[in-house]
Ligand binder design. Structure first.
Ligand code: RB5
Length: 148
């Protein structure tokens, strides 16, 4: 599993904390920036991570901004991206089990690094349950293909 990691300036420090965790957990990741805390626009990084997931270069993504909201709105503009904003572990597990979320977003101004790492671990360690949830995802795909 290769994980696409990205943040804007507000999420830069928390992204570094997550990268450290991924290293110690022996999980492979690719960092799509930003690489400093200079002002950056979250849609630009959401685009890089969404494209990395859609191309198959990475199997899932983690995006961090101040609230996690901008990153989730931007990433979810991409067809077949299911980005889930999580601030606790229960939602992170359900995002995988029920929604087959392929991107996790978090807010660096909302949660601290300890909780963020637990959320990442819950997200990465949980699989999609399929079954009845697949029917609902198929309906989301239908909306994507025929929004009118
Ligand atoms: C940047 O100040 C902030 O607006 C951004 O990180 C994010 O929270 C937007 O949703």
């Amino acid at each position: 599993m290769n994980i696409a990691l990205g943040s804007d300036h507000a999420g830069f420090q928390l992204k570094n904390n997550i990268a450290e965790y991924l290293k110690t957990a022996n999980r492979s990741y690719k960092d799509y920036g930003v690489f400093s805390d200079e002002i950056a626009d979250y849609p630009d990084i959401a685009t890089l991570v969404a494209k990395a997931v859609l191309s198959g270069e990475c199997s899932c993504g983690i995006l961090i901004c101040g609230t996690g909201i901008g990153m989730s709105i931007a990433a979810n503009k991409y067809k077949e991206i299911r980005a889930a904003l999580c601030s606790e572990t229960y939602s992170a597990r359900c995002a995988r089990k029920h929604n087959d979320a392929n991107i996790l977003t978090m807010g660096s101004r909302v949660i601290g690094p300890g909780l963020a790492v637990d959320i990442v671990a819950a997200f990465l360690d949980t699989s999609f349950e399929s079954g009845r949830h697949m029917r609902r995802l198929d309906k989301i795909t239908s909306i994507e293909n025929n929004p009118g």
